[in-house]
Write a protein that binds this ligand. Structure first.
Ligand SMILES: [Zn+2]
Length: 128
């Protein structure tokens, strides 16, 4: 993901992305997916950040992102601990990523392990 999009997410959701610069977690590599999924990740972040902010201060630090990446064509969003409300939000975003072009965010389908719209699928085939 482009640096400016990455920076904006980390700035806007300071609890969820508190470990962005921690070298102890894979999240130090940033958001390992295309720009097309940024709106999806932003929406998910808004929902989860709101859940975290509603918790007592000392609980909040348990709920930090460990890794965000693309795997087999879908978004994978890893956090340290399980929480029903948060898991539901993540599941929904992961399902949505399976039909969203990772390059531009338009509707897409999974084409040999990456989700692309028609335009970006054609473009990628030309390059090969
Ligand atoms: Zn596209």
């Amino acid at each position: 993901m482009r640096q400016e999009l990455d920076d904006a997410l980390v700035r806007d959701f300071p609890n969820l992305y508190a470990d962005r610069k921690s070298t102890k977690v894979p999240f130090c590599w940033g958001f390992e997916c295309g720009d097309g999924w940024e709106p999806l990740i932003r929406k998910l972040s808004e929902e989860i950040e709101a859940i975290i902010v509603a918790m007592p201060q000392k609980e909040r630090k348990k709920f930090r992102v460990k890794q965000v990446k693309e795997k087999f064509g879908t978004l994978r969003f890893y956090m340290g601990v399980a929480h029903d409300g948060i898991s539901a939000v993540i599941d929904r975003a992961e399902l949505q990523s399976a039909v969203t072009c990772e390059v531009c965010g338009k509707p897409g389908t999974n084409r040999s392990l990456s989700v692309l719209c028609d335009e970006h699928h054609a473009e990628r085939r030309k390059k090969r």
